[in-house]
Design a protein around this ligand. Structure first.
Ligand SMILES: [Zn+2]
Length: 330
């Protein structure tokens, strides 16, 4: 028994951790809305981004302004002060989160690849982002199985950012379950990035009228409906946004940052022949439509096997990349 007891405590603790880790599926969301302000629960201050009800309980989507991590929690746990988003920005001025928003706005003029597009070059490794644009093909699971087998001895869970579109989620319930199993097993840590709901694209329209710049696009719907569907699937929305096609203009960037979201570009879209450097935000597509990029990513991992085993080449969270870029700018 003496030997068993610590073992049992460990078991119980891991069970508790996994219970806390599993996210609730919010199946009956009502009154989902952009709602900003300050939520206080000693010793941590949080920024409120959204508010909603589910089965008669009131919830907040919160972001930690220091770490950029988000969470959902019941409103009653906090002292809440509602503010406009501009007021919230002033109150939390100087935090990594607010600085990252300002940084993204500074890089908002170009039509392609606005926002934060790379991390700190002295980091040895990359941040992986995989886009899940609407597709009827199954999730490209090799990305995850190869990543897990390369990193299991050195970096567990391995961080990855997945940009999900609403239409992809609707058609891929089994793939979402599979990803959540990897997450709950501690193999990967997923940052869920908003990639718009409809992700409309035209083969003919010029870029300035394509993707989210298509006339008549309802940005509020594209942002909020995607988040609601993430919550329904038990995924916690992060504070990041990836433009479909990486296409935007300055006005659109400001519309997105006004929702408290940080646009994330890429300096290494592998299928377009761009190479990953240290600190790169690598872009591949996990929706089965871009096998070339996935192949390049797997080759990249294989070429780094020795460095990975020596912890000389690692994967970085999107949030730590942004934070580091901010620190670097100081
Ligand atoms: Zn896309």
């Amino acid at each position: 028994m003496k030997i068993l007891k610590p073992f049992l405590i460990t078991l119980l603790f891991s069970a508790l951790v996994s219970v806390c880790h599993a996210q609730q599926n919010f199946l009956n969301i009502t009154n989902y809305r952009a709602y900003y302000g300050w939520a206080h629960n000693y010793p941590q201050d949080w920024i409120i981004l959204r508010r909603f009800e589910n089965n008669k309980r009131d919830y907040l989507l919160l972001v930690n302004p220091q770490t950029l991590q988000t969470r959902i929690n019941e409103t009653s746990f906090y002292q809440v002060q509602e503010m406009t988003f501009p007021q919230t920005r002033v109150k939390f001025k100087g935090t990594p989160y607010i600085k990252a928003i300002a940084q993204a706005e500074k890089q908002s003029v170009t039509i392609q690849d606005a926002g934060i597009e790379k991390g700190i070059p002295s980091e040895t490794g990359i941040s992986l982002t995989a886009d899940l644009c609407p597709s009827h093909k199954p999730l490209d699971r090799r990305i995850f199985t190869d990543m897990i087998s390369e990193f299991q001895k050195v970096e567990k869970p391995a961080p990855v950012a997945l940009s999900v579109s609403g239409l992809w989620m609707l058609a891929h319930t089994a793939d979402i379950q599979w990803l959540k199993k990897l997450r709950d097993a501690g193999d990967i840590r997923i940052t869920w990035v908003n990639h718009s709901y409809n992700h409309r694209v035209s083969a003919k329209a010029p870029l300035k009228e394509n993707f989210l710049l298509e006339p008549g696009t309802d940005i509020e719907y594209e942002v909020l409906a995607t988040e609601k569907l993430m919550l329904k699937n038990g995924l916690v929305p992060s504070c990041f946004f990836r433009f479909p096609g990486l296409i935007s203009n300055q006005q659109l960037v400001y519309k997105i940052t006004d929702y408290g979201l940080i646009p994330i570009g890429s300096d290494a879209w592998l299928a377009k022949g761009q190479h990953a450097q240290n600190g790169s935000i690598v872009l591949i597509h996990g929706n089965g439509n871009e096998p070339v990029g996935v192949r390049d990513f797997i080759n990249l991992l294989r070429s780094k096997t020795k460095q990975i085993s020596e912890k000389q080449w690692l994967l970085y969270d999107l949030s730590s990349t942004v934070e580091d870029e901010e620190k670097q700018g100081e």
